[in-house]
Design a protein. Structure first.
Length: 264
């Protein structure tokens, strides 16, 4: 009797072990299938591990990778850190942002500033003081309008006109970025514009003076570049000659002398 009971216990233990193994195997397979489905619906994207200021070259310490649903991986998302290493940020990047290709510029050679210039654009520097430079509130990334003033030589009347609008500031002095938003009085400002606009700016500086005006970056009003106003042409006054005097005849009678006009 005792032998039969011991045998039954052994058989029961084996059956329970086999059942536990079967349940564990099914659970593992189920979890593996769920993880496979999760991985199929997610993709790796590159994010900013810290804030990346405008004009800064991207290093490994700036980058992090996370898994996100494929629906969030829109066109232009950077999925490999190698795609952005060594590039220059053309905008302020906040910590935790998913990095987009359009917000970086490749930096192959030369100065960092050169890589910040957009396609078909040029960089041109203008000399400023605390007035022209908007009391030092011009910072890289700001947008300005350019006013040109000319003084007409003969009438001494000054004319002023906005010749360029929404021109991006690339750098102040020799800095493509600043550490804060405190005003800094600088001696030169580098602006980004197309070749035609650069010609207009250069001509305006040669013919008179310019003034920069800081504008709201959310203001999308733009205008086609125009030449600075030309001085008004001096008025020509035409004076008609006076009518010739009628001929006169002097008559002398003795000691008397009279003058009379003759009829033409």
């Amino acid at each position: 009797m005792m032998k039969k009971r011991g045998f039954l216990l052994v058989v029961l233990s084996i059956l329970m072990g086999v059942g536990a193994a079967w349940v564990a195997n099914n659970w593992v397979q189920l979890r593996s299938g769920q993880m496979a489905n999760v991985n199929a619906n997610e993709v790796t994207v590159v994010t900013a591990a810290m804030a990346i200021p405008y004009g800064v070259k991207v290093e490994e310490r700036h980058l992090n990778t996370v898994m996100v649903p494929t629906t969030l991986a829109t066109a232009g998302v950077i999925t490999d850190p190698a795609e952005v290493l060594g590039a220059v940020a053309t905008e302020e990047i906040m910590a935790g942002e998913i990095l987009m290709k359009g917000r970086f510029s490749s930096h192959d050679a030369g100065s960092t500033l050169a890589s910040l210039i957009a396609d078909n654009k040029r960089a041109i520097s203008v000399r400023v003081d605390d007035v022209v430079g908007v009391a030092g509130f011009l910072l890289p990334g700001n947008y300005v309008d350019v006013l040109a003033t000319r003084l007409e030589r003969t009438s001494r009347i000054a004319t002023t006109k906005t010749v360029l609008k929404k021109i991006r500031v690339l750098a102040v002095d020799q800095k493509a970025r600043t550490d804060d938003s405190e005003p800094v009085v600088v001696r030169a400002v580098t602006l980004e514009m197309d070749p035609k606009e650069s010609e207009i700016l250069t001509k305006s500086m040669a013919e008179g003076t310019i003034q920069l005006t800081l504008r709201n970056p959310n203001d999308d009003e733009v205008m086609v570049a125009e030449e600075a106003p030309k001085p008004a042409a001096p008025k020509v006054v035409v004076r008609r000659p006076a009518a010739p005097a009628a001929p006169q005849v002097t008559i002398i009678r003795g000691t008397e002398q009279t003058t009379q006009k003759t009829r033409g």
